[in-house]
Design a binder for this molecule. Sequence first.
Ligand code: PLP
Length: 391
Amino acid sequence: MAERAYLDWNATAPLRPEAADALRAALALTGNPSSVHAEGRAARHAVEQAREDVAALVGARPADVIFTSGGTEANMLALTPSIETGSEKKPRGKLLMSAIEHSSVRAGGRFARSAIADIPVTADGRVDLAVLAEAVATCERPLVSLMLANNETGVIQPVTEAAAIVNAAAGLLHVDAVQAAGRIAVDIGALGADLLTLSAHKIGGPKGVGVLVRGREDIHFPEPLIRGGGQERGLRAGTENVPGIAAFGAAARAARALLAAEAAHMLALRHRLEAGLRAVTPDVVIFGAGAERLPNTTLFALAGIKAETAIIAFDLEGVAVSSGAACSSGKVQPSHVLAAMGVSPELTRAAVRVSVGRTSTESEVERFLNAWRKVAGALFKGSKERPGIAA
Ligand code: PLP
């Protein structure tokens, strides 16, 4: 295949070399981590080492890390009415979530539809804290789910402020930090999160492994999603995905060590990319541009362009970008995130997401911008309504 520019890191990130090494090493481990013999103990060691590395990435205690099959399962486990804390055994009646959560949170876990309420976001894509405060005040001990950074816009949410509001109402806060980890510092204590979700494949680990992290040791799930053996302290039955978990640990360790340098690299590329976009098409809209965003994410639109057509054209030019959440590409569904931000349906249909990562290069950004010049030019060829495409 000709050289390509992979600029869809929010959909999934390439495996880090450290994770690939750990994966290969763990594939060679014969034992079951629950077995007491030497082979079993070697596998257990790989899992526990990874637990420490993933815990360290978010400032948690290893004992509070529960391995799952990914971010989706961790979110589903978190959103459970019967969560117990300390002596509190009464189910939580209400789940509050921002209107821009990932579909795995939007699905509501094990809460009934009627028990779920949305908290709107402002035009810049940040959750409306005043509405959250009002909503929290009207329900008893709610569970609130708020992502740390949005997967489509990259907009960082005011989680610490939300945590203070939720805490004051004896609620619990779950934070989906899947897109934030490895791009900005994530500390479960500083955020004030009671539960936090991570996914390996967004930080350079393999697909199909994630964690739910507890910010308080007294949080207990009396009804795990997957029951059977007593793995993960009874919270997630099934023989552990030892290679996936070991590789996740290695990715977490590298992501933590390299965070500052990688974030600075991504931000420089994002600045170049956005300056280029504005130079080529002065009418381009960059969503959430006024808010604090991840250093790697740009969601943009030019009225009159159809995202699906643009993405195919980019692909033919050797550039991989996305029209929003990967999970919903394939089905042509307008972004619920942009709808929640009050963006017009026309502009929503034009939205293209570019997300860079630690190995992205300036020449990939140039390739993207050259492709954009062609894409924007071609899509408006012959049209009278040719929005300002600079030469
Ligand atoms: N949460 C967010 C914000 C995501 O972007 C994603 C994946 O795109 C997930 C959760 C789901 O994670 P996984 O792919 O590991 O199931």
